[in-house]
Design a protein around this ligand. Structure first.
Ligand SMILES: NC(=O)c1ccc[n+]([C@@H]2O[C@H](COP(=O)([O-])OP(=O)(O)OC[C@H]3O[C@@H](n4cnc5c(N)ncnc54)[C@H](OP(=O)(O)O)[C@@H]3O)[C@@H](O)[C@H]2O)c1
Length: 262
């Protein structure tokens, strides 16, 4: 089961996993996108069953619809990719509460709820995999991306603890921590057309989505804990991992605000 499969990394996960799966459950709000992907994947992968579930993961009702659909259709996923997520780029004090709330609900609450619902299923099946999509941003506090980075810090921390809890049940938990990737993420995170990119990153730092997803799947298949796609991102993560908080605080204090693409 892949959440956020109507675009970006989620859509790419579906494409790359289609050869390995008997059934794919694809979750997002834009049903027409999921239907198109279903048609494409079923045409190219004989015997593959694709079940789109159109639901809003930011609401209790949406989560209930998803879990009820799985039950009614007798679907017991042994692979959960918690990929759906969104950002909001700009000063915290001027953010719209609805956007902050949506980030908390989708990035944290839905991800946690789906792990809670499916971990027992995987334990009962004798094994499984959970791949939680976090971010390099989860490793550092980011001004202008404060809530987003904090939600991803939650995802990384939660996933590491869950990995230890579930390993004796043969359930592997992997965390994907990408740096910037060209998807719809930037336009969703942007608050206005005036914000040219909505993303605080330089072009040389970007990684192709195919590469990020391929690396994540390989790491998951090997039972790895974490994947940082791209050499530049992996190196930065390694440096951040050894820097004291005081140094990170200093560096982030000097970081230019609302960088535009070059
Ligand atoms: N792109 C990057 O630079 C980057 C970097 C680090 C981490 N990430 C993480 O990677 C993950 C995927 O992002 P992406 O780059 O692929 O972004 P994207 O292209 O904007 O795709 C986001 C996906 O999440 C779904 N989604 C958002 N809100 C939802 C909701 N309320 N209910 C159900 N589905 C919802 C969207 O589907 P609908 O709109 O159809 O509902 C879409 O399929 C996210 O967790 C993001 O935080 C991205």
């Amino acid at each position: 089961m892949i959440t956020g499969a109507s675009a970006g990394l989620g859509e790419e996960f579906a494409r790359q996993l289609a050869v390995r799966c008997g059934t794919l459950v694809l979750v997002a709000r834009r049903g027409e996108r999921l239907d198109q992907l279903k048609a494409e994947l079923e045409e190219h992968h004989l015997g593959l069953r694709v079940e789109p579930v159109v639901t809003d993961l930011s609401t209790d009702e949406g989560l209930t619809v998803l879990l009820r659909t799985l039950k009614e259709k007798g679907l017991f996923p042994d692979l959960l990719i918690n990929n759906a997520g969104l950002g909001d780029y700009g000063e915290f004090a001027t953010a719209e509460w609805s956007r902050i709330d949506a980030m908390l609900q989708v990035n944290i609450r839905a991800l946690t709820k789906l792990c809670h619902a499916l971990a027992p299923v995987m334990k009962a099946l004798g094994g499984g995999s959970i791949l939680n999509v976090s971010s390099l941003g989860g490793d550092i506090p980011i001004p202008d991306f404060a809530v987003y980075a904090a939600t991803k810090a939650y995802v990384s921390s939660f996933s590491e603890a869950l990995r230890i809890e579930l390993r004796e049940f043969n359930v592997n938990v992997t965390t994907l921590c990408p740096g910037p990737i060209e998807t719809e993420f930037g336009s969703v995170a942007r608050r206005s057309a005036g914000q040219e990119t909505g993303l605080p990153a330089r072009s040389w730092f970007y990684v192709e989505r195919e590469q990020a997803v391929h690396g994540a799947i390989q790491t998951m298949l090997k039972g790895g804990a974490r994947h940082y796609p791209g050499t530049q991102v992996a190196c930065l993560a390694a440096v951040l991992g050894i820097l004291p908080l005081a140094a990170i605080r200093l560096i982030m204090g000097f970081r230019p605000r609302q960088v535009k693409m070059v």
